[in-house]
Design a protein around this ligand. Structure first.
Ligand SMILES: Nc1nc2c(ncn2[C@@H]2O[C@H](COP(=O)(O)OP(=O)(O)OP(=O)(O)O)[C@@H](O)[C@H]2O)c(=O)[nH]1
Ligand SMILES: [Mg+2]
Length: 683
């Protein structure tokens, strides 16, 4: 029953069939995996928006503390924009918020702006805020997330006209090294780094990542953690490595690009060599013979630096005469391709989530079904036990008035002519019924505690001359049931008892009214045929009458209410009773085949139909399906010849469902409905 879950999956309640239905998020909620549903909604929304924003990439500038991230962002902005970007190595000038810088035209187009803000808000559900035009206030906003994770989680948004040239937005990220509340010695891990988590959220909005790192710290484990986290979230998004503050020295920039630590990172994270940019430490100028940063930087970039002091990045593989720089990066970015892979990444995340959803929901459905099945089996075993002779495993019968009457009629009808009248006149049932009450009163049963039941069974066997009798009281059954593993531990004994009382009451009120008289006649006839004439008279005249009286008394017991209103259940073995009485009169009586036929017809005509009803009513009263899906409910009984046979129980369609008295479980049996095709096409 492992169904593949899609966004359109629905679940309907197979049992109870009350029309209840769940959609995917409700099913996940029921399975206690509401967070999967939330993630699904978020990823779906950002996927939709990502498709709409396909021509408008945002590049995340992230990386090491004080490595020059904000400087990189500022280098793309207008002079006024640059004013609003605090840079510096002190904590006051550090970045402690996520700041989205986007082309001014994106902000001016109202419908596009709405779309963009919606995309950002989806990735950052705690809210968004605009960056102030005033550089002082902007600087204040930039650092306001320090030690305030709740503020850090709210990104800032600003527009700048110079970004229109770039045709892309930039995300100025805070570093992920700063621990906002962790202890000094605690190691930074991907598991417990809220800043890294926020970055992962932001990753949903971004098409590519520029990871800025200091040349001197390229060996740090932290860069691996960071690149690993990015790859995990956005598996195929382009990564650019920006190595800053390279010391100007002989052999550069080749030495850097060939450095073992650098090549290892490129390999490990699938970064192409053309995605490695470098900038030399602009504080190191020519000194005597030693060449400064300008010597190792393309001339065009040196000129740019003189206009605005910022690290000047160029593709290291192209060498110091490179004609391109970071500003031409967007020209080389294949926007359509990036968006395509971005959408693929979203889709693979979506299908991962759906896979998790499948597992969770299927497990939840399976667990519910298992619990219901276990209780179903437990109740079945309890009912079966009530209709089985403990010693021999043979089936017992319910001596309802209706069955007693049918049995009497059969015995009379098939009796030798001379016996018919006395047998008929004897009318043993009416008398026996009132006798039963006397016996019970004499036995002085107060409350029928478990241990008393056995005494009662013994006494009744003797008094009524029965071979086998099984008495069950609701109190004793409830106690026994509560101690069993399949019975939910939180259900109270009194509530179980209430349900059993209602079961017995309902059972007595819904007797089986018609029996297969022909089958009873046939086996009664066979019984009579097995005896000699003299035997027939002896049996018919004395023993049989007594026995039938005893049997009839059992039906009185079952309908008798004991003190406190508790009801009893009683079953007995008709064939044992009759055989016993016959054996007392004659030494070797009847043929074995006749007896077997008799027992078989009792099983088919009484035991199985009554057990079916008893079990159906029991299931209803405890709020359990009469049949679990279309599995056959089977029970085993011993035949007269001692071999075991399986028999199918009917789920009593003739009886309307009774309202539950005590619910043993609130679980349901669910069916999966696929309303549309089960592909993972999200929109
Ligand atoms: N000496 C030198 N300083 C640099 C270079 N690049 C950047 N800086 C300086 O390093 C300091 C930190 O730069 P920022 O751009 O604020 O760095 P950041 O990565 O944004 O810092 P946080 O946001 O606090 O993590 C600033 O004072 C920059 O001017 C460089 O090549 N050489
Ligand atoms: Mg910064």
């Amino acid at each position: 029953m492992n169904h593949v879950v899609s966004l359109h999956s629905e679940w309907t309640s197979q049992w109870p069939a009350d029309g209840s239905a769940l959609d995917l998020s409700q099913a996940l909620e029921s399975a206690n995996r509401g967070e999967i549903s939330e993630n699904l909604t978020a990823i779906q929304r950002s996927l939709e928006t990502a498709k709409l924003l396909s021509q408008h990439p945002i590049l995340a500038v992230t990386g090491q503390l004080n490595s020059g991230k904000s400087s990189v962002v500022a280098s793309f902005l207008s002079p006024a924009g640059r004013e609003r970007v605090p840079r510096g190595s002190s904590s006051a000038t550090g970045t402690h918020r996520f700041v989205y810088w986007v082309p001014q035209s994106w902000m001016d187009d109202l419908s596009f702006r709405e779309l963009l803000l919606d995309l950002i808000a989806t990735a950052h559900p705690d809210g968004i805020e605009f960056l102030n035009d005033d550089p002082v206030i902007a600087a204040e906003q930039y650092r306001s997330g320090r030690d305030k994770l709740e503020t850090l989680a709210i990104p800032l948004i600003a527009g700048d006209p110079f970004l229109d040239k770039l045709g892309a937005g930039l995300l100025d990220c805070p570093d992920i090294q700063t621990h906002d509340y962790a202890t000094e010695h605690e190691e930074v891990t991907a598991d417990e780094n809220p800043r890294l988590d926020f970055l992962s959220n932001a990753a949903r909005v971004c098409s590519a990542f520029l990871v800025v790192w200091n040349r001197s710290a390229i060996r740090d484990r932290l860069i691996e953690i960071m690149l690993g986290a990015l790859r995990q979230r956005m598996a195929s998004a382009p990564l650019y490595l920006l190595i800053n503050m390279i010391r100007p020295e002989e052999g550069q920039p080749q030495r850097t690009i060939e450095d073992r630590d650098v090549t290892r990172l490129l390999e490990q994270f699938g970064i192409g060599e053309d995605h490695v940019y470098g900038a030399f430490d602009f504080a190191i100028e020519d000194r005597g013979d030693r060449k400064g940063w300008r010597h190792y930087t393309p001339t065009g970039l040196v000129q740019k630096f003189d206009q605005a002091e910022a690290p000047q990045f160029y593709p290291l593989a192209e060498g110091a005469n490179s004609k391109t720089d970071l500003h031409s990066l967007t020209k080389s970015l294949d926007v359509a391709e990036i968006q395509r892979t971005k959408i693929l990444d979203h889709e693979s995340e979506l299908s991962n989530l759906l896979h998790q959803a499948s597992i969770s929901v299927n497990k939840w459905m399976g667990d519910s079904e298992e619990e219901i099945s276990n209780i179903h089996q437990g109740l079945l075993a309890t009912c079966h036990r009530m209709m089985t002779d403990e010693k021999t495993g043979e089936p017992l019968q319910i001596m309802s008035q209706e069955f007693a009457k049918a049995l009497h009629i059969s015995l009379v009808r098939t009796a030798p002519v001379a016996l018919k009248i006395p047998l008929k006149m004897a009318n043993p049932f009416d008398r026996a019924f009132s006798n039963a009450k006397k016996i019970i009163n004499k036995l002085n049963i107060k409350a029928l505690a478990t241990d008393k039941i056995k005494d009662l069974e013994g006494e009744l066997k003797q008094h009524l001359k029965l071979g086998s009798i099984k008495i069950a009281s609701s109190d004793a059954l409830a106690r026994r049931m509560q101690s069993q593993r399949w019975c939910p531990a939180d259900v109270q004994v009194v509530d179980i008892e209430k349900a059993w009382n209602q079961v017995f009451d309902t059972f007595n009120k819904h007797p089986i009214e018609s029996f297969d008289q022909e089958m009873l006649d046939r086996s009664a006839q066979e019984r009579w045929d097995g005896f000699s004439l003299t035997q027939k008279f002896t049996i018919g005249g004395k023993a049989l009458l007594g026995t039938i009286g005893g049997l009839a008394a059992v039906c009185g017991i079952a309908t008798l209410a004991v003190d406190g209103g508790a009801t009893l259940f009683a079953a007995t073995s008709v064939s044992h009773a009759i055989n016993g009485s016959i054996a007392a009169v004659i030494t070797a009586g009847g043929s074995a085949t006749a007896m077997m036929g008799f027992q078989d017809s009792l099983l088919k005509d009484n035991t199985l139909p009554y057990l079916s009803r008893l079990f159906s009513i029991t299931c209803d009263m405890f709020r359990i399906p009469r049949a679990v899906r279309n599995k056959v409910t089977e029970v085993q009984f011993k035949n007269a010849n001692g071999s075991d046979s399986n028999y199918k129980l009917s789920s009593s369609p003739e009886l309307a469902t009774f309202p539950a008295v005590t619910s043993l479980t609130d679980k349901r049996l669910w069916d999966t409905v696929q309303t549309e095709d089960s592909t993972t096409d999200p929109i």
